[in-house]
Design a protein around this ligand. Structure first.
Ligand SMILES: Nc1nc2c(ncn2[C@@H]2O[C@H](COP(=O)(O)OP(=O)(O)OP(=O)(O)O)[C@@H](O)[C@H]2O)c(=O)[nH]1
Length: 362
């Protein structure tokens, strides 16, 4: 089978909330545009002490969730637990999910999904009665018992139904209930969006994993945890927002502080279609990018202007920055191949030079 890619790079989208990071990503990977703004939520304040990644399929789309261990839960219910949660995404629970999840998932989650979507025999008996028929099974097996105290409605506005209001039954999760204030440590299942795409650059199949972060200030402690694993960063502002442009300096200084030294950066002025509302001139973008030594693109996720160009450019830069390492890797692989070929050849020669009547087992 042909190799799916040669190298894998991790890119990160950074910028204020509402500049269009999620839209840029969706336009690039799925050629879709979402007119409404649903804030990407990382997770409520707390201290990240560990985590592992879990893929989940929601609405036939693949999203990445992070199972995070948070300590120091705030004393009040987080504002992100809000009734305006989107009705369309059905969290699925994998059949192998451990019974200990049982008390934390409540039948009130949502009444509308068809019972046939869950295969009764595949669900552990102790989970079954408490999961409402509407929930499609599919939290990954790796979630296992540790998830129990942690499924939390702040996951993402789009994942839970409005019916999950803080006043809902406290067994959904203690922290959702206004009266319960102390939970520590706490495990959280949160959505950290990333999407993948493979590009062909100089004959190299470059797979890029693009992480969409939450622009909201309150999530930035957590977001910074992703910087150090990034090889490329998009610093995004909105050309209709002078403020988002001013904040680029803050984002850039965070990158300097938390990202690896070799990280590649690109400045992106999004919403170029909003001609009437423009507050940041193209020349200002160019000037800032030049000052930081970055490339600069004005984009529109709405009209698809410069989207592929921007993502490809950053991937090219990351590839160029890592080319030396790649070449070294390739040389060592080639050396191994050459050595194997040499050994094989020598073996053949030995056989050929030996007793001609003997069968060669080389
Ligand atoms: N006109 C126009 N609107 C856009 C464009 N890109 C995004 N938007 C709109 O801007 C709003 C915010 O977009 P998002 O992609 O959700 O913003 P975000 O940066 O991911 O925001 P957070 O998740 O809160 O950090 C949405 O209403 C989008 O429809 C664009 O290129 N042109």
């Amino acid at each position: 089978m042909a190799k799916q890619y040669d190298v894998l790079f991790r890119l990160l989208l950074l910028g204020d909330s509402g500049v269009g990071k999620t839209c840029l990503l969706c336009r690039f990977t799925d050629n879709e545009f979402h007119p409404s703004h649903i804030s990407t939520i990382v997770c409520p304040t707390g201290t990240l002490v560990g985590g592992s990644s879990i893929p989940l399929t929601l609405n036939r789309k693949s999203w990445q969730y992070q199972l995070l261990t948070i300590v120091g839960w705030p004393l009040s219910v987080h504002p992100s637990i809000h009734p305006s949660i989107h009705p369309s995404i059905h969290p699925s629970i994998h059949p192998s999910i451990h019974p200990s999840i049982h008390p934390s998932i409540h039948p009130s989650i949502h009444p509308s999904i068809h019972p046939s979507s869950i295969h009764p025999s595949s669900i552990h008996p102790s989970i079954h009665p408490s999961i409402h028929p509407s929930i499609h099974p599919s939290i990954h097996p790796s979630i296992h018992p540790s998830i129990h105290p942690s499924i939390h409605p702040s996951i993402h506005p789009s994942i839970l139904h409005p019916s999950i209001h803080p006043s809902t039954h406290p067994s959904i999760h203690p922290s959702i209930h206004p009266s319960i204030h102390h939970i520590c440590p706490l495990l959280l299942l949160i959505r950290v969006d990333f999407k993948m795409k493979t590009l062909l650059i100089d004959g190299i199949k470059v797979r890029i994993q693009i992480w969409d972060t939450a622009g909201q200030e309150r999530y930035q402690t957590i977001t910074k945890q992703y910087y150090r694993r990034a090889q490329g960063i998009f610093l995004v502002y909105d050309i209709t927002s002078e403020r988002s442009f001013q904040h680029i300096m803050k984002w850039a200084s965070d990158v300097d502080e938390y990202a690896p030294e070799k990280v590649q950066k690109i400045l992106v002025g999004n919403k170029s279609d909003e001609v009437e509302k423009r507050q940041v001139a193209t020349a200002q973008g160019i000037k800032l990018a030049t000052a930081y030594g970055m490339d600069f693109f004005e984009t529109s996720a709405f009209t698809n202007h410069n989207i592929t160009e921007t993502f490809t450019r950053l991937a090219e830069q990351v590839l160029a920055a890592n080319k030396r390492d790649l070449d070294l890797l390739r040389i060592s692989i080639n050396d191994e191949i050459n050595l194997a070929a040499l050994e094989e050849e020598e073996g053949l020669r030995e056989c050929a030079g030996g007793d001609q009547d003997k069968s060669c087992w080389c």
